[in-house]
Write a protein that binds this ligand. Structure first.
Ligand SMILES: [Zn+2]
Length: 264
């Protein structure tokens, strides 16, 4: 008779933000999904960022168990968010496999026109609100403007993707009732501030993600990231929070279900 060792296989995890729709992963989806399942990453959101990315996200969600789609325009792609693109997005969010709008937000690291970014972000805020869907937020070096736009719109359901700010900012998001999602950034040696930030977020507002193919966690930093490596984000975050890793994994799955799938 086989003896069951509870720690042999990690508890299932939900990758709240991954880009299997990115060229780096898209042409090998079955392999990446197989590996994700080996790591017990059984559910994930494939997140769009432009028209092609959004179409692929929906196609992957329609054809694979455990995948949900998020559709939107990331700041860098907002110059392409014309009237046609807007119309297509408005149709896509009606699809039942779509669980959120995004990723959307502001990025002041690159030099995409800020007025263009803001107009596209506002349109997506309005769409999320109209559809009563959560919005997945991309914020880079733009906290004040992102915070003001979300708060002014009265947005109540939002996910701060790949959080990389200060503990004060994490608390500000959490106080609005938003989910704060931690990626491989939280595993980087120099990211002490991000780990401190994780400690101020209530446990039922924490999510984990890879943002694959980007931001591979330690010990794979610099490599092509993949959804299965959510496991390493959970391991690291559990250590930061002094929690049992399987307990944290289960909690983040429950949070993701509540955030995206309307499970209580
Ligand atoms: Zn992303």
């Amino acid at each position: 008779m086989a003896i069951y060792h509870p720690n042999e296989q990690p508890a299932p995890t939900y990758d709240a933000h991954t880009h299997l729709n990115d060229d780096a992963l898209y042409f090998d989806v079955p392999a990446y999904l197989g590996r994700a399942h080996e790591f017990q990453v059984l559910e994930m959101n494939v997140v769009g960022y432009n028209r092609e990315g959004n179409r692929r996200a929906i196609e992957l969600a329609e054809n694979n168990e455990g995948i949900a789609a998020v559709v939107g325009f990331q700041p860098e792609d907002t110059p392409d968010f014309d009237e046609q693109a807007k119309q297509e997005l408005e149709e896509q969010v009606q699809n039942p496999v779509v669980v959120a709008v995004g990723e959307a937000g502001l990025d002041y690291h690159w030099d995409t026109d800020r007025a263009v970014q803001k107009a596209a972000f506002q349109a997506q805020i309005d769409l999320a609100k109209k559809m009563d869907l959560p919005i997945v937020i991309h914020n880079r070096e733009a906290f004040d403007d992102v915070y003001r736009m979300l708060k002014t719109a009265g947005i109540q359901k939002a996910v701060i993707h790949s959080f990389s700010g200060t503990p004060e900012q994490a608390k500000a998001w959490a106080d609005l009732g938003y989910y704060v999602s931690f990626s491989g950034v939280a595993t980087f040696k120099k990211a002490e501030e991000v780990r401190e930030a994780a400690k101020v977020v209530p446990i039922d507002q924490l999510l984990v993600e890879t943002d694959a193919p980007y931001l591979a966690p330690t010990p794979f930093r610099g490599k092509t990231n993949e959804p299965g490596w959510t496991k390493y984000v959970v391991d690291s975050l559990a250590e930061t929070l002094g929690m049992d890793r399987d307990h944290l994994a289960a909690q983040t799955v429950e949070n993701a279900h509540r955030a995206f799938l309307n499970h209580d």
